[in-house]
Design a protein around this ligand. Structure first.
Ligand code: HAM
Length: 423
């Protein structure tokens, strides 16, 4: 157990880290270009924030939260998502004071105690963006466009945008009633989970993937026949904006999301390269959440995307990312008498931005040369007793094997010239 990962978690190893650096840089660049500023909230919050925010009847609140008590008996929860914490921070720091439209983005780990499978983990990473303060569909269009821009910059293809409206306080109750009427007669045909959803949250039945439920769901009434004028206008205007900026989408009246705060727009982006867990991102409008968490009524919209799923898609698509260009110089010594000078040279090179390594295991010169070869360094500095006495080093160019003696004073300018030339 001691040397074993907990279920549903993973290590990001040095061999994989370049994907993460690349992704994080692109996310920051793209979202900043859209005017979003980064916010970092804690990894855990008061449990109540999520129960109220996400909704008591959701799978997440009922069975997927990592909840624990602190030493004083207060209930805390590792964040299962980023929207409720961002809204909490927005209210706590009165961020709307600076601008009536607050645009924030985040990158971080989320925690859900789900059954682990490919693409579904217990600790996973998301990036997301939230625009708090505008009721207009133009900001929905921008949120969708900004998420797609990140995927595009990363080179992801074969993505599909699924779009729906889940109505509002005015029209949803009527639709829920019609839906309950429809499912009432067919309740026996539904799976055990959906029978429970029927009581607590019938909209979630639409999302069930079980074949027995899909058959029943196929014929169910469509939300589009029950949207109020405001919601219908909002949806039509959003479609018009998306059409105008060339974003294609598929309308899916069965698209309901796993969180209860959504109103009007709901969307998901699916990758056709992935298996069952194919949503690389999703989001929508949540016009009552700010109010629910104690603020004044404030409309908002946002999205979040799963970084592991994006990286899996990039790997499947064979997308190459810039990799670390490695160590440039190895400072080798013939004996321990030269070690202090070697350390000082290596440090001076590092100060000037030239990555350097040396021997920390007391190895022979031959073995140090083997290490240098393995590291694929272009230059090795060799320090022996002669060199030390005469205040010089031997520089070996590993590409052609040529060796030169250089005075210690000239090492830095010499290497800077060689390395810059090769960049
Ligand atoms: P979500 O759909 O629950 O939405 O999560 C967004 C994305 O996170 C998913 O599309 C998926 O890529 C990834 N994801 C979710 N669960 C897991 C998991 N267990 N393992 C790996 N990846 C996962 C939200 O979280 C909302 N906060 C989005 C939002 C922001 N809505 C408005 N603003």
């Amino acid at each position: 157990m001691l040397a074993r990962l907990p279920k549903g978690t993973s290590d990001i190893l040095p061999s994989q880290i370049d994907y993460w650096y690349y992704l994080e840089n692109i996310i920051k660049k793209v979202l900043q270009n859209y005017g979003y500023r980064e916010i970092r909230t804690p990894a855990f919050e008061h449990t109540e924030l999520f129960v109220r925010g996400i909704g008591e009847a959701t799978d997440i609140a009922q069975k997927e939260m990592f909840t624990f008590q602190d030493r004083k008996g207060r209930s805390l929860t590792l964040r299962p998502e980023g929207t409720a914490p961002v809204v909490r921070a927005y209210l706590e720091h009165n961020l709307s004071r600076e601008n009536p439209l607050t645009k924030l983005f985040y990158i971080g780990s989320m925690f859900r105690c789900e059954k682990p499978q490919a693409g579904r983990y217990r600790q996973f990473n998301q990036f997301g963006a939230e625009a708090i303060g505008s009721p207009l569909p133009i900001i929905d269009a921008e949120i969708i466009a900004s998420s797609l821009a990140v995927y595009r910059q990363l080179g992801l293809t074969d993505l599909k945008l699924m779009l729906n409206s889940v109505g509002c306080r005015e029209c949803r109750p009527q639709y829920l009633k019609v839906l309950k009427d429809y499912f009432r007669e067919k309740k026996d045909l539904l799976c055990a989970d959906c029978k429970q959803r029927y009581e607590q949250n019938p909209l979630r039945i639409l999302d069930c993937k079980k074949e027995q439920c899909r058959i029943v769901i196929k014929e169910c009434p469509s939300i589009f026949d029950y949207l109020c004028t405001d919601c219908a206008n909002h949806f039509n205007t959003l479609k018009y904006y998306l059409d105008s900026i060339g974003i294609t989408y598929q309308i899916n009246p069965l698209l309901v999301r796993g969180l209860d705060y959504y109103t009007k727009t709901a969307f998901e982006i699916v990758s056709q390269q992935l298996g069952a867990q194919n949503a690389v991102g999703g989001g929508g409008r949540y016009d009552y959440l700010v109010e629910e968490l104690g603020g004044k009524p404030t409309p908002a919209v946002g999205f979040a995307a799963g970084i592991e799923r994006i990286i899996e898609t990039m790997v499947k698509q064979n997308i190459k990312v810039p990799v670390w260009d490695g160590i440039k110089v190895f400072v080798a010594v013939t004996g321990q008498e030269q070690i202090i000078t070697a350390l000082s040279i290596a440090n001076q090179l590092r100060e000037k931005g030239i990555s350097s390594e040396m021997d920390f295991l007391g190895k022979s010169l031959k073995s140090q040369m083997r290490t240098a070869n393995k590291l694929l360094v272009p230059y090795v500095l060799i320090l022996g007793p002669e060199e030390l006495k005469e205040e010089k080093v031997t520089i070996k160019n590993m590409a052609d094997g040529a060796q030169e003696e250089i005075s210690l004073d000239n090492v830095l300018p010499y290497l800077q010239k060689c390395i810059l030339k090769n960049r």
